[in-house]
Design a protein around this ligand. Structure first.
Ligand SMILES: Nc1ncnc2c1ncn2[C@@H]1O[C@H](COP(=O)(O)OP(=O)(O)O)[C@@H](O)[C@H]1O
Ligand SMILES: C[C@@](O)(CCOP(=O)(O)O)CC(=O)O
Length: 421
């Protein structure tokens, strides 16, 4: 008999306008890209949860957890904590329930108290730390494994009481560089939640493809937001929204609007500076600046809002392609300078952007949280393939050997590729 197996993927994203300002309720514009993260869950008989992160931080990482003690351990934990009856399925609106409040509030408490000793999360950490492969893992791997275990307990163990799971092999493969501004954490969160919900039988692949913009994707998105809160602290919710729904989105205060733009006008190269940074750190750095100098940072945020609004107007109007391209380049350049003024730039991002300008590519900016990570360069309307190749070769042959690739915008949101039960 074929073993129970589920494979799910979610796309990465680029933010065209409005990173950081979106955290303060300003408009942002983002698009899904043709780079995806895949999660596969497969039953095994080995009495373990084996989590393999392929090519993570350029090498494979494997964390193996004992599954035998997990259900009894977690049931005890939940019994002490919960007085509410809770079920994943929300039969009233055909979607899924909101993430249980204990989950979201515990994430917040855990983060704000730097790991409160009485928190049930602390107990999970103790369980995880009894495994050598977890103890020796990097912080980024630990965060991913911790999140997996919390979601696994909440969706599979607590709601179903599946004490008979014999083991689980989890494999994560990703085409999205980690911590580079292309939304790897949101893709991970969305794919993780969806894979567990499919594995638990709470959603079926057919349901998801038929219900593209419906209640189900809204539910997945809500759950993924809680996961993003765990990984980031105070996310705007835009990254998980784009990873769930795909396409092009403008986003403000939890409200999304989809729009269409001709992809032959919106052509971009992504260049990875190779400088690692954490979104959580960059967001809190901006917050500190905002709290210290509100009169200075507020107008910058307002300008960013206006830039994103102007872009949506230009995209909706029937401007001829080269005029639109020129406007877009100007808006990108201005947005980038404003991000620098907020302190989220990096010398290597400036190096990339100045190389682009030497080749006549004026529209370039950092994308995502900044402080390193990726820049995007607009391939202006009418630029020849040879011209683009020259730019790519030059970027690649600098002492920093920048990794660069052209992206296709507007990719599909979360997808289920395989399901056997
Ligand atoms: N392929 C992956 N496998 C497991 N976890 C991942 C993967 N990619 C990203 N993550 C999680 O997301 C975190 C990176 O988040 P973040 O700093 O916001 O970067 P990004 O800008 O790429 O979203 C990692 O530390 C890890 O916990
Ligand atoms: C800086 C921010 O606007 C985007 C962060 O994107 P990324 O995690 O760097 O891919 C934060 C957010 O929207 O939550």
């Amino acid at each position: 008999m074929e073993r129970k197996r589920v494979v799910v993927s979610a796309p990465g994203k680029v933010i065209l306008f409005g990173e950081h300002s979106v955290v303060y309720g300003k408009l942002a514009v983002a698009a899904a890209i043709d780079k995806r993260l895949f999660i596969s869950l497969e039953e095994n008989n080995e009495g373990t949860i084996a989590i393999k992160l392929e090519g993570f931080e350029r090498e494979d990482k494997l964390v193996v957890l004992d599954i035998v003690s997990l259900p009894s351990f977690s049931k005890k934990l939940f019994e002490n904590l919960l007085e509410i009856e809770w079920n994943v399925k929300d039969t009233t609106n055909g979607g899924l329930s909101k993430p249980p409040c204990f989950l979201s509030s515990s994430f917040q408490d855990f983060l704000s108290q730097g790991g409160n000793k009485d928190s049930w999360m602390k107990n999970i950490e103790e369980y995880l730390e009894s495994h050598s492969s977890y103890l020796s893992a990097t912080q980024a791997v630990r965060a991913a494994v911790f999140l997996f275990v919390i979601c696994y307990l909440t969706i599979l163990v607590y709601s179903k009481e599946t004490e008979n799971t014999k083991g689980l092999s989890v494999t994560v493969q990703s085409q999205i560089p980690v911590g580079a501004g292309l939304g790897s954490s949101a893709s991970f969160s969305v794919a993780l939640i969806t894979s567990l919900l499919v594995f638990s039988g709470d959603i079926h692949s057919q349901q998801l493809s038929e219900d593209i913009s419906g209640a189900l994707k809204e539910s997945i998105n809500r759950w993924a937001f809680v996961c993003e809160t765990f990984l980031h602290g105070t996310p705007s919710g835009m990254d998980n929204t784009i990873a769930t729904f795909g396409g092009f989105l403008s986003y403000r205060n939890g409200k999304k609007e989809t729009f269409q733009v001709h992809s032959d006008i919106l052509r971009f190269i992504v260049v990875d500076s190779g400088v690692p940074r954490s979104t959580q750190k960059m967001v809190s750095q901006v917050r500190q600046r905002y709290q210290q100098f509100p009169q200075i940072i507020s107008p910058i945020l307002t300008c960013m809002d206006e830039i994103a609004i102007q872009f949506t107007h230009s995209a909706a109007s029937s401007l001829v392609s080269d005029i639109f391209s020129q406007q877009l380049a100007m808006l990108m350049k201005t947005n980038h300078h404003l991000l620098n003024a907020m302190g989220v730039g990096h010398p290597l991002l400036e190096d990339i952007i100045s190389i682009a300008q030497q080749f006549g590519f004026e529209g370039a900016k950092l994308t995502g949280a900044g402080g390193g990570g990726c820049a995007i360069i607009l391939i202006d309307y009418g630029k020849s393939i040879e011209h683009v190749d020259k730019l790519l070769n030059t970027l690649h042959s600098t002492p920093h050997s920048y990794r660069c690739f052209e992206i296709v915008l507007g990719g599909t949101g979360v997808q289920i590729h395989h399901q056997t039960s």
